[in-house]
Design a protein around this ligand. Sequence first.
Ligand SMILES: O=C(O)c1ccccc1NCC(=O)[C@H](O)[C@H](O)COP(=O)(O)O
Length: 385
Amino acid sequence: MESSLLASSQSVRSSFSAAAAAGTRGRSPHGPSRVATLAGNGNRARTLRAGPKDSILEVLAQDDMLNATELVQWESGKSVNDIAASQGIRIRRHCHPTASLEEIEKELGPPRNILEKIIWDKEIEVAQGHAKRPLEELIQAAEKAPPSRDFYGALEAAYKRNGVPALIAEVKKASPSRGVLRENFNPVEIAQAYEKNGAACLSILTDEKYFQGSFENLEKVRTSGVKCPLLCKEFVIDKWQIYNARSKGADAILLIAAVLPDLDIKYFLRICKDLGMTALIEVHDEREMERVLKINGVKLIGINNRSLETFVVDTSNTKMLLEKHGDSIREKGILVVGESGLFTPDDVAYVQNAGVSAVLVGESLVKQEDPGRAIAGLFGKELIH
Ligand SMILES: O=C(O)c1ccccc1NCC(=O)[C@H](O)[C@H](O)COP(=O)(O)O
């Protein structure tokens, strides 16, 4: 299984794929962390470097995206969860995609928080996706998809045009923190209304279990005549999901630093670049921001005001992180998106003053009877498209 770059040894992948297809993958005699362990032997490293699609380390090294410490970690046999923990990541992987959640909990105990639970479910969901639609098929589909639209450029242009942060309007039916936000939910109508009222880009939730979203919604919006670039709002842990998103018309994808170790972010960024997609890298705290700012090629950072572990929303998070890192962000030409918990023109002005050039807004728009008209209410003025 290629649950991530770090978990993507050929042997793990092939044993997983075969078993996933048969639905009978046996458990490793070594337990979950060993299944995910980076085999610290030359065999695997050689295997990874052998094929054109798998020369991950070479590609990253060529692009100056890999440093010596990471190479040592990769070769040293540390488990995925150990590497993640060494970077301050609290979300663990179970790496048992065909096991039941009961079995997983026997090994790891209950998930520590909602985000970890989402990721554990996602590991299983992605494994099922691999079995239904192999990666090779998706790569071809992604290559044949109409070219992606310029998500970053659309934000930049809208910010200049309107003088207020560019809007990424979220097509969001429900969320773990708020439950169902809108009963009568028509994703295409909402997307069209957002576009008509000045949204620069749209964010389409595709997670079914926790957000009642779907890839069908993404495809429907893409084929409805909506021209705004689309963000696939997913919990990405595997490159399969990026190709899947592109094949269904996504122009950008969310990568969450609280979930992904540095090497995964680098690898996924590289895939996005190859596919012409923008990656929105989401951070929530100081440590994640520091990690992400060290990664070459990051153009778009989202600061989430909502802790995905506790659900606490605090817009001063954006201010605090930009006070500390604004200079280096500006030097690198990175555009910042303020995410979550924005309800009023004062909220928008607050994050704009803190230094954001775009905002990602779901609840406060989607809950209104007319989500399109709600945009002028949020900004205190009409937005020009
Ligand atoms: O929204 C949640 O409850 C949530 C829970 C766990 C993980 C992610 C979650 N939301 C994703 C988002 O970041 C928001 O959908 C997005 O920033 C818009 O936020 P809002 O305007 O507050 O709906």
